[in-house]
Design a protein around this ligand. Structure first.
Ligand code: PRT
Ligand code: ZN
Length: 303
């Protein structure tokens, strides 16, 4: 019978902005589980892990309290519930970031009505203001660390309405394009932090077997993320251009240079390069005499 003690429980957002990318990341790590289809607990078929589908607000608490071993959540939720709260209480954070995951990017920022926006550029400009927000502890911790007194007015959603209702002078919310703020007559004037999806947990509190599973998952995630940022490039080129090509496509490792059967002054070059290899680089390679240039995606990559 399966030993559930060593099955890792991972909390993932049930639906919303982070759901799809979180599940895709796990699948790219080679973890197979059936498409949720209404199920909230999805055991993987080929890895000792159970995916628990929950509201994103609940994820930091489940991990902190040990109901789940790890979770994928926005840094904003982690910061609000774990680090900002710990900073305000003067205690140590109760769980930690294991890895930044590179998706779900946005900022937590402060915005004020358009007509006043010219007066705001630094934290002290907010002194004495009422700030509508769903992130009250982040607001308190931020202004507290700056020695600035403000009042955080907690609103569960649509915080942009605060100034129009007369219950706040400014707002603090997640900002991506800034469109929502602008549509409500508000201008973002100060960023508090940048956010992205993060893998969180308490690795030091886990039993050895689970800790090893977390390390192995982290290594797979590293491999998937590195592969998605890299391309495998193959080309044939004049031997005389090799050093110019090497500096143009500076790879993670030294390039492989292979002889071409029956051709004396040309070689084949294979290199793993960063994602900055785009059309312009290809054009430069052609100018250096490269032919048959192939740029192919990499599925997995381990150092
Ligand atoms: O149901 P559940 O509670 O699980 O989900 P939710 O509705 O609370 O969260 P969801 O799915 O909206 O967002 C999940 C996570 O996505 C957030 O916690 C962030 O980490 C991340 N994320 C990235 C964002 C945004 N970008 C974002 N733009 N979360 C929210 N927004 C909202 C923001 O609150 C504002 O209303 O989008 C609006 C601003 O967008 P712009 O483009 O108009 O600036
Ligand atoms: Zn939520």
């Amino acid at each position: 019978m399966e030993n559930l003690q060593s099955t890792l429980k991972i909390a993932v957002q049930k639906s919303g902005r982070l759901n799809d990318k979180s599940l895709t990341l796990l699948q790219k790590c080679g973890i197979d589980f059936e498409a949720p289809n209404g199920r909230l607990v999805c055991p993987a078929e080929n890895y000792p892990i159970e995916v628990m589908l929950v509201r994103d607000d609940d994820i930091p608490g489940y991990v902190r309290d040990g109901a789940c071993d790890i979770g994928i959540v926005g840094y904003n939720e982690f910061h609000e519930q774990i680090t900002a709260r710990a900073a305000l209480a003067g205690s140590a954070p109760t769980c930690e970031i294991i890895k930044n995951l590179g998706f779900g990017k946005c900022k937590l920022g402060l915005a004020v009505p358009k007509e006043e926006s010219g007066d705001f550029s630094k934290p002290s400009d907010f002194t004495g203001m009422r700030i509508a927000t769903s992130y009250p502890d982040s607001v308190r911790a931020f202004f507290g660390s700056q020695g600035v007194e403000v009042e955080a007015v907690e609103i569960a959603g649509s915080v942009e309405i605060g100034p129009s209702l007369g219950i706040a002078d400014g707002v603090c919310d997640l900002i991506s394009s800034g469109q929502t703020m602008r549509a409500n007559g508000l201008i973002p004037v100060l960023d508090i932090y940048e956010s992205q999806a993060v893998l969180i947990g308490k690795p030091d509190d886990l039993a050895l077997e689970k800790k090893m599973l977390v390390d192995s998952l982290k290594m797979r995630i590293d491999g998937v993320m590195k592969a998605s940022r890299s391309k495998y490039i193959m080309m044939n080129a004049p031997t005389a251009s090799v050093s110019a090509i090497k500096s143009l496509v500076s790879g993670l490792e030294a390039p492989t240079i292979l002889p071409l059967e029956g051709v004396r002054d040309r070689v084949a070059i294979h290199v793993v390069a960063g994602e900055e290899v785009f059309w312009q680089t290809m054009e430069h390679l052609k100018q250096l005499g490269a032919t048959s240039i192939l740029v192919v995606p990499i599925e997995k990559m381990l150092d």
